[in-house]
Design a protein around this ligand. Sequence first.
Ligand SMILES: NC(=O)c1ccc[n+]([C@@H]2O[C@H](COP(=O)([O-])OP(=O)(O)OC[C@H]3O[C@@H](n4cnc5c(N)ncnc54)[C@H](O)[C@@H]3O)[C@@H](O)[C@H]2O)c1
Length: 388
Amino acid sequence: MKDTLNVAITGCGVIGRTHAVALQEFPQATIVALVDAIPDAAETLAAFIEKSGRRRPAVYSTIAEAFAAEDIDLVALATPSGLHIQQGVEVLAAGKHVIIEKPLDVDLSRAQEIEAAAQAAAEHGIVASVISQHRFDQASVVVADAVAQGRFGRLTSAIASVAWYRSQGYYDSGDWRGTWSMDGGGALMNQGVHTVDLLLWFMGRPVEIDARTARLAHDRIEVEDTAVATVTFENGGLAVLHATTAAYPGLTVRLQLMGSKGSAVVDNDRLEYFHAADAGGESADMGLQGGGNQAEQELAKSPAEDYEAKDPTVYPAGHVRQYRDILGAIAEGRDPGVTVSDAVNALAAVRAVYVSATLNQPVLFEDVLAGKYNDLEVRTGNTSAESV
Ligand SMILES: NC(=O)c1ccc[n+]([C@@H]2O[C@H](COP(=O)([O-])OP(=O)(O)OC[C@H]3O[C@@H](n4cnc5c(N)ncnc54)[C@H](O)[C@@H]3O)[C@@H](O)[C@H]2O)c1
């Protein structure tokens, strides 16, 4: 096992830079190569890295060129979503560790291929992980631990809402944004997949999804800007899922998790409410109606320094935490906190919403995963802004 890891970032746009900044926290990782189809994008990021006091990485226009020229251990894929599986399979085939930006891809039909490649690679100590940085937020960790310990009793329901705003200018800023081929969907796929992943992490495997979608406040995009769904889970629990980029001026991401012995609310990554019956405190036949908040005492149990408040506009705390997990997985030869299979499930849940909305009927999650609807051309943005 080498002491240092040579990293290549592929895709040097908005989130490629986030990876470069996050990697600054890890002296054991050196960015040796930047890959981008647009040379200027890679050169700009190389200059940024050099300006921040580190070695200027070499610049390439394909992953193959970078592999031919450099000794690379780990590739971070920060390219448009529709390239993720293709490039992920290429990286794994070369025997390198890979970190894939969310979502895993736009195309579920190739998901099994990368899942199999990741499992085969894991046998040789190669780590494949998909970014879902909000799993590493302190609030998410507290809730996941409580769920794992059964502290909420039977999970009865959840409400997951991503009520965001993205301007037309946002969609116009990249020709891949809002397209089926490269974005793979709209508000739910791009902005909502983090919350879908958290919902599945907490509630378990979905059984049935019934959804409606619309494009209500944007033009020149092929996909939905608003999606709602109901989800039933294997544990019997029920959830409401909501994602929009048409909620001006942008509200919060909110996840409410409710059980027979406790409940939690995470709002904009913060633990707004937590109550578990096993922590004691008052109770009442008619419930506490939002009272009995134990959030502070639960948060106090987690290591505080890891979650110190830093300016979130410049410090990518979520990516830093997930890198810590992934670099730890590589060093220790263990599975990462977020596996490719986790990301396949999140992608399948989003796809199930799109299939249900297109067919106007509920669909079974396992049917979607098994490829029953792979040939269906989904439509989620059929209501145009002009018609309202
Ligand atoms: N984890 C998060 O919170 C988060 C946030 C934003 C974006 N993302 C994801 O990151 C990915 C990229 O999003 P972005 O906003 O950075 O996009 P972007 O358009 O800013 O950057 C994408 C870059 O990839 C490059 N590229 C395109 N095709 C390429 C190819 N074949 N090989 C190499 N480079 C290529 C483009 O030239 C561009 O520089 C998307 O999958 C998106 O969903 C994740």
